[in-house]
Design a binder for this molecule. Sequence first.
Ligand code: GRF
Length: 227
Amino acid sequence: MPASSNKLPIGVLISGSGSNLQSIIDACEAGRLDAEVKVVVSNNPTAYGLERCYKHSIPTVVITKDEFPDKAAFDDEIIKTLNANGVNLVALAGFMRILTPALVAAFPMRIMNIHPSLLPAFPGLDVQRKALEHGVRFAGCTVHFVDAGVDSGPIIIQAAVPVLDDDTPETLSKRILVQEHRIYPQAIQLYAEGRLNVRNRRVFITHGKNAETSLTNPQCTLFKDDR
Ligand code: GRF
């Protein structure tokens, strides 16, 4: 039996830079993630993420929407490609398209997404700017299972980062991205270990340990007598 045969076969869907894809590749190569990227599908032929695959000899398939009459046919091709590569888990990593119900149904609770906000706050696009405009004290990222809605599926892991007074959407994105690269491979590893149990909207982790500390931002002294 090849050494890789007990690794979780995953497929990653990208549209752009692929830095989350890179974090998954790195975690696999470092032995922190018992998975193997079987195929990367990009809907963008010039996505930088494809270059990352070439460097690591990971098979790539480009599927653009112009090749197909409609979204159903486009997603059908994605399903075929993932199945042809023996994919068990699908990881969306900056894939800039909303999946059809047929694609979601083809991999029930077997599609994950990383989103750069603390869901359910700020689903959709341009969310770091929205977080700043809203004035939240914490931003962050969420790994969740994908359901038929947009950024609405059961939440697996979240990481929070403080919002700083001089943040711009760019600086906040950068701080969030560091956490994305940490928690996405972790969530996939939990899945690979069979430790994720979905009940209704909640995901329970076998032998998981909840964080016991609380974070406060800002940390200034709030009461006059304490100053
Ligand atoms: C990330 O911010 C991710 O949360 C969002 O799209 C961005 C993709 O970045 N879904 P990259 O392509 O992984 O660098």
